[in-house]
Design a protein around this ligand. Structure first.
Ligand SMILES: Nc1ncnc2c1ncn2[C@@H]1O[C@H](COP(=O)(O)OP(=O)(O)OP(=O)(O)O)[C@@H](O)[C@H]1O
Ligand SMILES: [Mg+2]
Length: 272
């Protein structure tokens, strides 16, 4: 635990030093050295993928088009975008106290809902490296996994897919045996800086594991500007939520809490 704290402190220091130096020199998009010059060409160069509506709906992803079921997510999307824009934040982590709270469902719905905002560029990263599932939600297998991309073995434009014109999705291929190492690595932070510089996303969503099961989320949160905590009304205990919120707040800004599966007024999702 002490070792992790020390490593986190060091990584946070390195990130803030990079932030200061980037005020005077732009971060070179070195990872995509072969990428085209213009921003729209870079986005167009990402491989497009399509998923049938019925597959998405089967996985409770409903925001790809405007419809009644998408409304709670659309409200959440608008709140998130407005708050992040106001604070000048780009990177949103999604986590929860315990597993199966609806994080990935939330992350995919937010990403596709953001995609309907034609003026925004958004990205979804599956950083639940131990137990990735975004590829199952989209029923799509990437040729390379997100870990290979983060390690620099492949470029972002070789690894990530594009949904529509303006949503990039970086999925995993398999479970990682030692994800904390990747999540803590300075190389990962630099990679994300490079992607951000090259693709200028308005919102980067990071689907993370639960806070109370291992150290993975704690290790990564220094890379996010803010976090949404998803709690499941029917299973999350208040004590678990309190502990999770305290832990998240030690590493990043808590943007809000999403109460999932709250049935009282027949809405599937409520924001708080
Ligand atoms: N509001 C909801 N009502 C009913 N089922 C839901 C709701 N939200 C999510 N689910 C279902 O609960 C299961 C877990 O959801 P999801 O994978 O999004 O959770 P998670 O927090 O990402 O889980 P993990 O911790 O394993 O990554 C899925 O089968 C999903 O379809
Ligand atoms: Mg998940």
């Amino acid at each position: 635990m002490e070792k992790l704290q020390a490593a986190l402190e060091q990584a946070r220091k390195a990130r803030s030093e990079r932030a200061i130096s980037s005020e005077t020199e732009a971060v070179a998009p070195s990872i995509d050295e072969k990428a085209p010059d213009s921003l729209s060409e870079r986005w167009q160069a990402l491989s497009p993928f399509e998923v049938q509506d019925k597959i998405l709906v089967k996985h409770r992803v409903v925001t790809q088009s405007a419809r009644k079921e998408a409304t709670p997510f659309d409200i959440l999307r608008t709140k998130v975008v407005l708050q992040m824009r106001q604070k000048g934040w780009t990177r949103l982590a999604i986590t929860s106290p315990m597993p199966s709270s609806g994080k990935t469902t939330m992350a995919c719905n937010l990403a596709l809902g953001l995609g309907r905002q034609r003026d925004l560029r958004s990205m979804l990263f599956d950083f639940d490296l131990r137990d990735p599932s975004v590829q199952d939600f989209f029923e799509t297998r990437p040729a390379y996994g997100i870990s290979e991309m983060l390690a620099g073995a492949v470029r972002f434009d070789e690894q990530a897919f594009r949904f529509g014109d303006n949503v990039a999705v970086s999925m995993a291929q398999h479970s990682e045996p030692d994800p904390t190492r990747i999540l803590l690595a300075e190389e990962t932070a630099e990679r994300l800086d490079g992607i951000q510089a090259a693709y200028e996303p308005n919102v980067m969503i990071f689907d993370l594991p639960s806070v109370l099961v291992n150290d993975d989320t704690r290790a990564f949160l220094k890379n996010a500007d803010c976090a949404l905590i998803v709690v499941r009304a029917d299973t999350t205990h208040y004590g678990q939520f309190e502990t999770c919120q305290r832990e998240v707040a030690e590493h990043t800004n808590v943007l809000g809490v999403v109460l999932n599966a709250y049935r009282h007024d027949k809405r599937a999702f409520q924001t708080a």
